[in-house]
Ligand binder design. Structure first.
Ligand code: PLP
Length: 393
């Protein structure tokens, strides 16, 4: 038996364990000091009432013979797919029901999609970005090239026709930089993909945070994207589903490569390897798209947006350069005094008791940057910003 030796090529996913280690050291030395977490990407607000009630009813359904549900369709129940179809229609994106696949979150499908893509493809991944794209491709042994995201391109790399990439990852709004592509920029990526016969894997996990109506929330708002892109979305940050687990993937019927229809391959993959998301969760997800659910979720997003405002206002006041935080829950700041991201991490921890995420954990271009998130409580956000102000002023 030979294991998948590509796993030897993976770097230890040391970011969060290294953070935990450094925080534990600090706590041991300073047991009485308070620590404020401003780094993790998890949400803090509970599920909204509409979702909780829908899941309670769904649990009761399962307890009665007349409404019991066993195995459901692998690609998701139509009651939820219809709601997602209507949600896209609000942005003038017409989807066929069979293009929508319900998942247990974007991370699973971002990894699983690689099952239907050849291993000889060259993959283009932005740097810095959500580390899952890199690791899942290393596991398959694909050749990876990087698109530098830096201050000179506003952390939004654009296509370079001298580079041939078969699979292109785009994350907008971006984790960790908070940068968001506009329609013209995404059109350039779509044009590049079509002229190179490439596939775009578009991660829209943070689309709900796009406040500026002129910015796209879906790649399918771009002309011809249905010929070259798959979109992954998640209810994790939109509706606090990080623990509930539900997302969706849109695989257009128009994606045909080497005479193979990707929608058909994905359906075949899912019906073979996946038995669907639980009925209770899908009922909760359906409630996210109800009138009441939409209203309640909008309140939660406003709360995080206000947190982001508090962070960006503080950074502006104390003269720290930052990106994101407007159409994104992430604030990407430039470490003061040319510090490296781990150096700044230690300084913020030891001098203010505040934890953020060092940019180096997202790629080499993140080395002098630091990620703060708007997902903390209001109280902690305010406290953390006060401490940061005292530290810098
Ligand atoms: N995509 C991005 C860019 C993310 O930052 C995350 C989570 O942090 C995910 C996907 C994963 O989302 P899910 O919870 O739906 O698996």
């Amino acid at each position: 038996m030979i294991p998948n030796t590509n796993y030897n090529q993976l770097k230890d996913s040391y970011l969060f364990s290294e953070i935990a280690k450094r925080v534990a050291e600090y706590s041991n030395l300073n047991p009485e000091k308070e620590i404020i977490k401003m780094g993790i990407g998890d949400v803090t607000l509970p599920l909204c009432n509409a979702v909780v009630e829908a899941m309670k009813h769904a649990a009761e359904d399962l307890g009665k013979a007349e409404t019991f549900h066993g195995y459901g369709p692998e690609q998701g129940y139509d009651f939820l797919r219809e709601k997602i179809k209507d949600y896209y229609a609000e942005n003038n994106v017409e989807l066929d029901l069979n293009e929508i696949f319900i998942s247990d979150g974007a991370k699973s499908d971002l990894g699983n999609i690689l099952d239907i893509l050849g291993k000889d493809n060259t993959v283009l991944i932005p740097d810095p970005v959500y580390p899952v794209y890199v690791d899942t491709n290393i596991m398959d042994g694909r050749n990876i090239i990087y698109a530098d995201a830096n201050e000179s391109n506003g952390f939004l790399p654009m296509p370079d026709y001298s580079i041939k990439a078969d699979i292109i990852y785009i994350c907008s709004p971006n984790n960790p930089t908070g940068a968001v592509y506009n329609k013209e920029q995404l059109q350039k990526w779509v044009d590049y993909a079509i002229s190179n016969n490439s596939l775009i894997l578009f991660d829209s996990a943070y689309e709900a945070f796009v406040a500026d109506k002129s910015l796209p929330r879906s790649i399918f708002q771009i002309e011809d994207a249905k010929k070259c892109a798959i979109e992954f979305c998640s209810l994790s940050k939109t509706a606090g589903f990080t623990g509930v687990r539900c997302g969706y993937t849109v695989v257009p019927n128009g994606l045909v490569f080497s005479d193979m229809k990707l929608n058909k391959l994905w359906l075949r993959r899912q019906t073979t390897k996946f038995n669907g998301v639980s009925y209770i969760v899908q009922k909760g997800a359906e409630a996210v798209f109800s009138e009441e659910g939409r209203r309640q979720i909008a309140e939660n997003i406003m709360y995080y947006r206000e947190n982001a405002n508090i962070i960006t206002n503080t950074l502006s006041e104390i003269g720290i350069k930052f990106y994101g935080g407007i159409n994104s829950p992430y604030i990407w700041l430039k470490c003061p005094d040319n510090m490296g991201s781990w150096e700044f991490f230690d300084k913020l921890l030891y001098s203010a008791g505040v934890i953020g995420t060092p940019g180096a954990g997202f790629g080499k271009n993140g080395d002098k940057y630091f990620r703060l998130t708007a997902f903390s409580s209001r109280e902690n956000t305010q406290k953390a910003m006060l401490k940061l102000k005292n530290l810098i002023d």
